[in-house]
Write a protein that binds this ligand. Structure first.
Ligand code: FAD
Length: 483
């Protein structure tokens, strides 16, 4: 089996960059990890100094975590396949859905356990990745290091690499909702990227846009101190506003129709409130400033949050395998997914795994885009792994029904859910097959699917009440081979 060893630049030392470095080194490559922050862990390095000067913008490189954040995935599913995220007796946060400090502890332990810290250049920001025609290696990476011995001044340097893995994360560049009339609206706006604690919202009327995990958490966080919280949720057709059962001051509405000069916010359900703050929990944009701008680009573009062209969310066909992206998909389970993608890239770079030709990959990308269009999926869902069921509402409905049944009839419906699991984990299973890795354990899939339903049905309690202990026991049984 061919086995090449290449010199690889990995951009970012979050969960994706760390596992990429490990997989590359395991495959015999020579990775160097560039990290602009002062520590490894990416998103999970909590930063309580959110900028106040630009509460809607990226405002630097701080992480998007809020103080109260607990994971929205149970720990047995969240960790890398072969490095279980288990509680350490007598230390840290042993909860099944732990706080963010525990995730950072886990990632730092992963780096220590696999001796990755020596590969990471901290406080070193990649400024530019460009083709290199002057050396045998194909890519030149320019970077600025601010961590200098003897307190010297910043330095910009560059270095040649055979390949570059982009692992820079996608939770740093806020995406905002378009609101008619917002320019004349007198209140304050912030993005969840800059939200840390509820205290500044004491006694205020707050409108929150978006009801994904962050919107759900933050609305409840703020409801504890605010006068009223109104959450605007995208829905077709609009629904009647209603109050949540757990908080007397928390209402759910359809999306915002317009904001007005008198301070009121009007919802599509016809209701209106005079609000002090609009808080956008509307997600993030992919951004790769180091890949060049329109005049001087290597041919990878972001269009309405579609990064393309990319074969299976990883390889730009015209630059494969030298350039690759880890961690773009959303709606999957991030850490194990990063591991699979990294294993694939490492295998392709060493020649163990073959890629289709550039033409075939482009054809695959084009068919995927056509399929999305035919299903009426907007471009911004390109990297959403639930896309396979995007317009197949019958599958979604069936899945919701199955999940409800799971808790009651777990043993009798296994056959029924198998087809749903296959759809939901299609991408991960495809990677497993390419990498010739062990099949993903069934309990991971079942737990994950059930959690998805619980998050929306029981946002208050899903982290502390469950009925799948038998699956957790199965997980711990499987973990013994790694512990
Ligand atoms: P990041 O963690 O963002 O790491 C990217 C790294 O790249 C950063 O350290 C950054 O400093 C560095 N970088 C960027 N640009 C450059 C450059 N030019 N040069 C050098 N370095 C650079 N996932 C879960 O599994 N469970 C959860 O419960 C969960 N909750 C979440 C809650 C919130 C609020 C958010 C925002 C995300 C959550 N996630 C969760 C998703 C989480 O982001 C991923 O799990 C994962 O941590 C992403 O890892 P990453 O390495 O792709 O990106």
């Amino acid at each position: 089996m061919p086995s090449r060893s290449v010199h690889v630049a990995v951009i970012g030392a979050g969960a994706a960059g760390l596992v990429a470095a490990r997989e590359l080194r395991r495959a015999g490559h020579l990775p160097v990890v560039f990290e602009r922050a002062a520590a490894v862990g990416g998103t999970w390095v909590y930063d309580d100094g959110a900028p106040t000067d630009d509460p809607l913008g990226a405002g630097g490189t701080h992480s998007s975590l809020y103080a109260s954040l607990r994971t929205n995935i149970p720990r047995e599913c969240m960790g890398f396949f072969d490095f279980p995220f288990v509680a350490v007796e007598g230390a840290g946060d042993p909860r099944r859905y732990p706080g963010h400090e525990e995730v950072l502890r886990y990632l730092q332990e992963f780096a220590r356990r696999f001796d990755l810290n020596g590969l990471v250049r901290l406080e070193t920001e990649v400024l530019r990745v460009r083709r290199d025609d002057t050396s045998a290696a194909s890519w030149r990476v320019s970077y600025r290091s601010t961590k200098l011995p003897d307190g010297g001044s910043e330095q910009v340097e560059d270095e040649a690499f055979d390949a570059v893995l982009v692992c820079n994360g996608h939770f740093a560049e806020p995406r905002l909702a378009d609101i008619t009339g917002i320019d004349g609206w007198p209140g304050k706006q912030i993005h969840s990227h800059s939200y840390r604690v509820p205290d500044p919202f004491q006694g205020q009327v707050v409108v929150i846009i978006g009801y994904h995990p962050s919107g759900m958490d933050i609305s409840r966080d703020i409801a504890g101190v605010a006068k009223e919280v109104h959450v605007a949720i995208r829905s077709e057709p609009p629904f009647e506003m209603h109050r949540t059962t757990a908080h007397a001051n928390l209402w759910l509405h359809s999306m915002i129709e317009r904001a007005q000069k008198d301070g009121s916010v009007v919802f599509q359900d016809g209701s209106r409130v005079k609000a002090d703050v609009i808080l956008h929990c509307t997600g993030y944009k992919y951004s790769f400033p180091f890949l060049g701008d329109d005049d001087e680009t290597i041919g990878i573009h972001v269009d309405d949050n579609r990064v393309g062209p990319l074969y299976k969310h990883v390889f730009p066909p015209h630059l494969a395998p030298q350039i690759s992206f880890i961690g773009l998909p959303f709606k999957g389970i991030p850490f194990p997914l990063f591991q699979l993608q990294s294993n694939w890239v490492a295998g392709v770079l060493s020649g163990r795994i073959e890629l289709p030709s550039e033409n075939e990959m482009m054809h695959d990308v084009a068919s995927f885009y056509l399929e999305m269009e035919a299903r009426g999926c907007p471009k911004r869902y390109t990297h959403g792994l639930e896309l396979t069921v995007c317009a197949c509402t019958y599958v979604i409905d069936a899945r919701a029904l199955v999940i409800k049944l799971v808790s009651k009839l777990i043993t009798t419906i296994t056959l029924l859910i198998n087809s749903v699991l296959r759809l939901k984990f299609e991408y991960e299973d495809w990677l497993v097959e390419k990498c010739e890795m062990e099949n993903i354990e069934e309990w991971r899939k079942v737990i994950n699917l059930a959690v998805r339903a619980k998050v929306s049905d029981h946002p208050e309690s899903y982290r502390d009440q469950w009925d799948d202990d038998h699956l957790v026991t199965q997980a711990h049984h499987d973990f013994t081979k790694y512990l």
